[in-house]
Design a protein around this ligand. Sequence first.
Ligand SMILES: Cc1ncc(COP(=O)(O)O)c(C=O)c1O
Length: 380
Amino acid sequence: MSEKQLNYGAHFVDNADIKAVETVLRGQRLTQGETVQRFEEALCEETGADYAVAVSNGTAALHLACLATGLKQGQELITSPISFVASANCAIYCNAEPNFSDVNEQGLLNASKLGEKLGEKTKVVVPVHYSGFSCEMDAMGEMCKQKGITVLEDASHAIGAKFKGKKVGGCEWSDMSVFSFHPVKHVTTGEGGAITTNDKKLYDKMQMLRTHGITKNAEMFENESHGPWYYEMQELGYNFRITDIQCALGISQLKKLPEFVEKRRGIAKKYDKAFETMKGIEPLQEKEGQFGSYHLYVIKVDAEKRKALFEHLAAKGINCQVHYLPIHLQPFYQKMGFAKGQFPNAESFYEKILSLPMYPTLKEEEQQRVIDEVKGFLDD
Ligand SMILES: Cc1ncc(COP(=O)(O)O)c(C=O)c1O
């Protein structure tokens, strides 16, 4: 019998999740009901932020957050080249210019390098907590605050992570944080995303823009109300709404987050220990001040060996992934004028990395299979 296929990530849904979704399906509101608000409250409780806006996916969350800052043509957003393309695309959705700053050995934006890039045009900075390790948010936050730049954390990989004891998403050093609830992430809503903030003005703006730029709040009306049915569209917004069905799943999943993070950290510890004495392999390491939530478990190997290791593991039913091809090397970005060699740390980081299976339901013997196959390949 062939061995079970192992992927780099996998969601986990239990009976409680299914029951929660069923309850909404049997109720009266599939969307725009109170379950969305309950999910937002649960996110505030989890992160410590004052406000949360749940939306249809993480990309919409980034777009909505950028719109709320007023990002526009002639302005610049700086993010990390080591991220999913959405972290930069959100600038283009607002007709602004995306730009990048080079990364450190963890694939994270480097605060002092970032400082050199901030200019007159820079309106938004998007630090990406790649793999579940937080960027140096205190230094970046302070620097951007002095220059009046908005800090939008891309925390898609980092729900449950902490920096200097503060939970990611609590916006201790930033204006907003964005999450994704795609099934490979820590908690899932199928598709889904959210923004957390402590700023009431940004919150009100995002609430309005999430649903077509429409308000039903009489206190905000520009014209006289015609009656109880009255609403106003005051700005051009979008339909970025998430459903109550998805939020029911999200609430149920969030309850399991502490256990999920603990399991992921346990798996990381076992990998770390196994690879400690192996030559030719270097896992990303948690640094002082960080409490990683390990969305990914990323190793670095010799650039010449990476492809062969990937193929060797795939032949053994272990499906890894490479996160990420640097955004500035994507054809779309090259056509915008970005070039190879521009962000050398990101490029050499990319050449070496591989994401190994990492998810709470990865069994001990399955993880051992991964370790043995990596070892077997490197020993050869
Ligand atoms: C770092 C990062 N940012 C943004 C996103 C976009 O999230 P979504 O897929 O929910 O639109 C992702 C998802 O893969 C991501 O990993």
